[in-house]
Design a protein around this ligand. Structure first.
Ligand SMILES: [Zn+2]
Length: 426
């Protein structure tokens, strides 16, 4: 049942103008990734705001991580408020980078325009709205409960959109997400204010290369086409692998429905002569392709083992080799992430669920993300299992033109976050 009488909710509603201004200010700093612009500017902005209120702030550059350079340094900020008595540390982690603008905008992508209760801009929903909501929630909580137990932390981190290596992965390696230091993590990604995201499916990226022999295109029988060999791979995938993956269903509450099974995408295919620049007006040369490569993106389930996921593809390639003359291939691992799902009875989950019920008057739904986000590093490197994604904004708007976040959604989810702090730290 809704119970909006809590003084924390009144305090947050009172701070609505501040929340709007803060969100607009964050959107107006164009932290585009790639290449990684204005990271220091946004970290300094947050550090100055929270430092002025007595929070301890730390700016951390992820030196030497992918993309880090003196032109585009990978800056992160962590703000920390220690209470009056020992207790747990509750950490809100948001990424501060945004993806490219793209075409089709009718609003200024870095204007932070407010219209009919929506704030527009690149990163409004993914996820500067969530970052602003967590800051307002934490500030309101500290104002009302200055003598709280434990510690509140807010971080804004780099590069989530490009894998998180200059952000959460780096901080986890440096011990900032060690369970001895942090006990509860909420990542305010735009998952809708009534949903708790428990984790994500697994990922395996690999490159498969087929080999051939170059020859004149007028006498292909003198060569051996790597593209035709790759055609055999694709045919085998269509015939056996895709149908097999469709039979693998998960008990994880993955959304959308189509992602409740194993999936495989072929990200790219390249074979033969490379493509010329758009201005090139010549004709191609006649050659048999001696190399063909595809990159596969396999998403797997909690119920699957990564060794078996890889073995499935190797068995398929071996079967083709046994049947097809001169079939030779190589397979290279590129990237992998193990699936993760936080227990529904974990303290950060139960306290967020109770807070959602109080603010929205309904039980939350529990979801798992089809793709990964920074929870992967907190889980694998930090070994911290008590972690969820919860925040304002509509997931489908992420990375779209005219991206926006609703002011009321931010107020509601800030209320939820503040009630979680009250539950865990008073
Ligand atoms: Zn995001």
């Amino acid at each position: 049942m809704t119970d909006r009488t809590d003084p924390l909710l009144t305090e947050i509603a009172r701070r609505q103008d501040d929340l709007i201004r803060l969100t607009q200010d964050l959107i107006r700093i164009p932290t585009l990734n790639p290449p990684g612009r204005e990271y220091r500017t946004i970290c300094t902005y947050i550090a100055e705001r929270m430092g002025a209120q007595g929070w301890t702030v730390e700016l951390i550059r992820a030196e030497g991580t992918p993309g880090d350079s003196d032109t585009y340094p990978r800056w992160n900020v962590i703000c920390r408020h220690e209470g009056a008595a020992p207790g747990d540390c509750v950490h809100f982690n948001s990424h501060h980078d945004v993806v490219e603008v793209g075409h089709g905008w009718t609003k200024d992508p870095f204007g932070g325009e407010l219209e009919d209760g929506r704030i527009y801009g690149r990163g409004a929903c993914d996820m500067k709205g969530g970052l602003a909501a967590s800051i307002i929630a934490a500030e309101a909580f500290v104002a009302l409960y200055p003598d709280h137990r434990g510690i509140v932390e807010i971080s804004a981190t780099a590069d989530e959109e490009s894998g998180g290596y200059g952000g959460v992965a780096y901080l986890a390696e440096k011990g900032y997400f060690n369970p001895d230091r942090v006990q509860h993590v909420i990542i305010p990604e735009p998952l809708n204010k009534d949903r708790i995201c428990l984790g994500h499916r697994g990922v395996w990226w690999a490159e498969i290369e087929t080999k051939g022999r170059i020859a004149h295109g007028s006498m292909p029988f003198l060569g051996d086409s790597a593209i035709r060999h790759m055609g055999a791979v694709l045919e085998e995938m269509e015939r056996h692998l895709f149908p097999l993956l469709a039979t693998k269903r998960t008990d994880m509450p993955v959304v959308p429905e189509g992602a409740k099974q194993s999936t495989l995408n072929i990200n790219s295919i390249h074979g033969g002569e490379s493509e010329q620049d758009p201005g090139f007006t010549g004709l191609p040369a006649p050659c048999v392709a001696d190399r063909c490569r595809i990159v596969i993106d396999r998403r797997f389930l909690m119920e699957e083992d990564i060794t078996e996921v890889k073995a499935e593809v190797s068995r398929m390639l071996e079967a083709i080799r046994n049947e097809r003359p001169n079939f030779e291939y190589e397979i290279h691992d590129m990237h992998e992430v193990i699936p993760t799902m936080t227990d529904k009875n974990a303290p950060v989950v139960t306290s967020t669920a109770a807070a959602i019920e109080k603010v929205l008057g309904a039980q939350p739904s529990y979801v798992v993300s089809p793709g990964t986000y920074d929870q992967k590093h907190i889980d694998r490197i930090g070994k911290l299992k008590n972690c969820i994604a919860y925040g304002p904004g509509i997931l489908d708007l992420a990375h779209q033109p005219d991206e926006w976040v609703g002011v009321q959604d931010m107020i509601d989810s800030a209320g939820v976050m503040a009630l979680v702090l009250k539950e865990l730290l008073t």
